[in-house]
Design a protein around this ligand. Sequence first.
Ligand SMILES: [Zn+2]
Ligand SMILES: [Zn+2]
Length: 254
Amino acid sequence: MSDLRIELVPCLRDNYAYLVRDEKADLCAVVDPSEPGPVQKALKSRGWRLTHILNTHHHFDHTGGNVPLKEEFGAQVVGPAKDRQRIPAIDTGVDEETNWRFGGRAVRVLEIPAHTRAHIAFIVDGAAFTGDTLFAMGCGRLFEGTPQMMWTSLSKLATLADETRVYCGHEYTLNNGRFALTIEPDNDALKRRMRDVERTRAENAPTIPSTIGLEKHTNPFLRPASAEIRRSLGLENASDVDVFAEMRRRKDSF
Ligand SMILES: [Zn+2]
Ligand SMILES: [Zn+2]
């Protein structure tokens, strides 16, 4: 059993930063701090001291807290090795070859480019921090990569164990689910999940974390093999990546 505690910290309009707390080792990391204020407040209310800052990618809504939080706490900034120049105040670059550890734990890094060219995910103790690559029922926009790159990155995440908890960068779930229903309206797992999500969002509560297993059943971007999706798109005989590309194109203007 994991004794890491993970706390959501809502930031900006719809971002989530996450506090990852190892009580025994007296360590606390923040994943993707958009801004310092909410993170400082969350730390203070729990009496925790920040020791690490982890970034999945360079976008300002994921790194805006790096410099002020590092200045305040002397925290170590860890981010994608292949994007050192764009990660503010980075100390440690990591990639799939790095054996980076958080206290006594091995942290697995997956390179999942396409939203940005050096986007990474951190996997620790059954939790995956997927940034802006895999969202609940969605995926990130292709700012610096091709559909093939994103499809490869998502496929890599889909190899994680079904029970892996997914902590993503934004609360986009309701809109993502609405899009998913336009192309897979008869998916019962998707319909069930949307009822839950609508209830959760009506109470203004977070829909995070999800799990890899739930995403595989309800996230259209992991489901280009679905016969219903292919029929909806008129792409019965296309390759998975071509089906993926058409979904991503439609979502861009949804
Ligand atoms: Zn981003
Ligand atoms: Zn973002």
